[in-house]
Design a binder for this molecule. Sequence first.
Ligand code: SF4
Length: 306
Amino acid sequence: MYIFGPVPSRRLGLSLGVDPLASKSCNLNCVYCELGRSFKLTNERKLFVETSFIITELKQFFDKGGITDYVTISGSGEPTLALNLGELVTEIKKITDKPVAVITNGCLLSDPQVRRELMNADVVMPSMDSFMPSTYIKVNRPHGSIKLDWVIQGLRDFASEYKGRIWLEIMVVSGMNDGDNDMLEAKKVLDTMPNIEKIQINTVVRSRAEDYADPVKDLRLRELAMLLGPRAEVIGKFTGSTIHTIDGIDDAILEALKRRPMTAKEFEETMGLNKIEVEMALGKLVQGGFVVKEHFNDRDFFKYSK
Ligand code: SF4
């Protein structure tokens, strides 16, 4: 399956995920990645999944009365690596009036073709965890061909060309990019990009690629947001719509877990299921070896077991 969820997104509400990659493909290897380590980094764009396969699944979702706040192109890695990204945005907009969001790590915004392909999206959400080369390398561990200067220039070019909404995310990791100097450098650069509507400060909330990628406390996140100025906000709790899963509870849960670890409570909140239904489905998936339970940050997460 190439669509998953809807999943609870603290930034978008209820988000129906579209995965144009099918398995993890990324040009970064972020220490906090929810999908685990990127074993083979790639920075080459190619066709991973035919657009028609994805559109067929999306049509089925909406034909069955599926509800979502956003259709979000993200999935198992970096979606701008998909050569059919622009076509996908155009085709999704033909079948739904729900806003289309694209979550990207921004590395390929230096490519004018990628910027053109994003023009029809309603929201583009680039992440940019550091504006200092040594920290960028430590936190994001980029493919060898990626240079931070190009990434920043690509973001600047995109911000001046794009007419939709840009919400930039900074993922803060304890002891890595949570210093005043990190945020002041980010502010210096981002102040030259007034078209970025929001700067969203986030931290590690799910299981991650490296055990040392620890979250930052709420108070510190708020201090960092203040350093960035009025466009900055700390990402809060999920506040989206609730759906009612019609059928295939186990499949729906499994597809969502392939893309991110989730708690049982999150499934209850987004799928309109009661506690027992969720516990039964997760119990079956754990017993079958498809899913494992992992304790992180005071919560029990369920994670796809590859
Ligand atoms: S967090 Fe995103 S950009 Fe970073 S390695 Fe994972 S998929 Fe790639």
